[in-house]
Ligand binder design. Structure first.
Ligand SMILES: [Ca+2]
Length: 281
């Protein structure tokens, strides 16, 4: 006989009254993790959502070592704040030592998460650890460095949508280089465009060695700026047709109209996955 038991994660109190798990001031991503100490078999996850919760990109994940994480099948990229109250998510008896919830702030909100109860319900037996997923879903990849010949390139990584990378003085072209630190499978780009500049002729390119560059299919001569004709102000998503092996991503903007300022990206995130598993924060 086995007994269903539920373990409640301790919820942090973040600038709020009561026991809520809530983060403010534009976090990139937040995670709440549980180490069971030994492999445990999870049969469901219960989450109590307060209102108004904003958690449009929520993932429930598992790991055997606390480092390499996979999404629990079916519990990937959920809008966990869509409805108030308790909700139970089924899990098909997945066995792991570590479980966690991740809220990824892919839409650059000031305030994410507002949960008051989170339970991983386990069968009181140990089992065979479940291997990592073979084909993980796309997530936001860590970007180790952003560089450019001018402007504050680091502003696209600081989490704050209003601090941006701008190059003024009527440049003929500019480039912003993102380094992933290792070769990953890249599937798209998410970015926040501000009013500060134009980017009417943008190509998005990739490389594994900094020498050989290729434009992503469909990513040539795009209007990606938040100002000017047909502005793309705010949060934008560009999906590439297929996963592409890349370590470096380059946004190259040319300026045939002689505009004063180019760029204006408040944040840029690269989407994709590594060979084994994904890591959010
Ligand atoms: Ca920023």
């Amino acid at each position: 006989m086995v007994w269903l038991t539920c373990w409640t994660l301790r919820l942090l109190v973040i600038r709020s009254e009561g026991t809520y798990w809530r983060w403010t001031n534009y976090p990139k991503a937040v995670a709440l993790q549980q180490n069971f100490g030994a492999p445990r078999t999870v049969s469901s996850v219960k989450l109590f959502t307060q209102t108004p919760t904003k958690a449009p990109n929520t993932y429930f994940q598992y790991s055997q070592n606390g480092l390499d994480w996979s999404d629990i099948p079916g519990l990937s990229n959920l809008d966990a704040g869509a409805s108030y109250g308790s909700k139970t998510y089924p899990v098909n008896n997945l066995t792991a030592q570590y479980f966690r919830i991740v809220v990824d702030n892919m839409t650059y909100l000031s305030d994410i998460g507002y949960f008051s109860d989170l339970q991983f319900c386990t069968l009181a037996t140990t089992g065979v650890p479940t291997p990592p997923q073979a084909n993980p879903a796309s997530h936001r990849l860590p970007v180790t460095l952003a560089t450019s010949q001018a402007g504050n390139a680091g502003a696209v990584l600081d989490g704050l949508p209003w601090t941006n990378w701008v190059v003024d003085g009527r440049p003929s072209s500019v480039e912003l280089l993102l380094n992933l630190g290792e070769v990953r499978n890249v599937t798209g780009l998410r970015y926040f465009a501000t009013y500060s500049a134009v980017a009417r002729h943008t190509s998005i390119e990739y490389s594994t060695d900094l020498n050989n560059w290729t434009i992503f299919p469909g990513a040539n001569d795009l209007n990606t700026g938040g100002y000017g004709p047909n502005p793309a102000y705010g949060s934008n998503l560009i999906n590439f047709p297929a996963p592409t092996a890349a370590r470096y991503i380059r946004l190259r903007i040319t300026n045939p109209e002689g505009e004063w300022a180019l760029g204006g990206y408040g944040e840029i995130d690269v989407l994709g996955f590594s060979s084994q598993a994904s890591n959010h924060p």
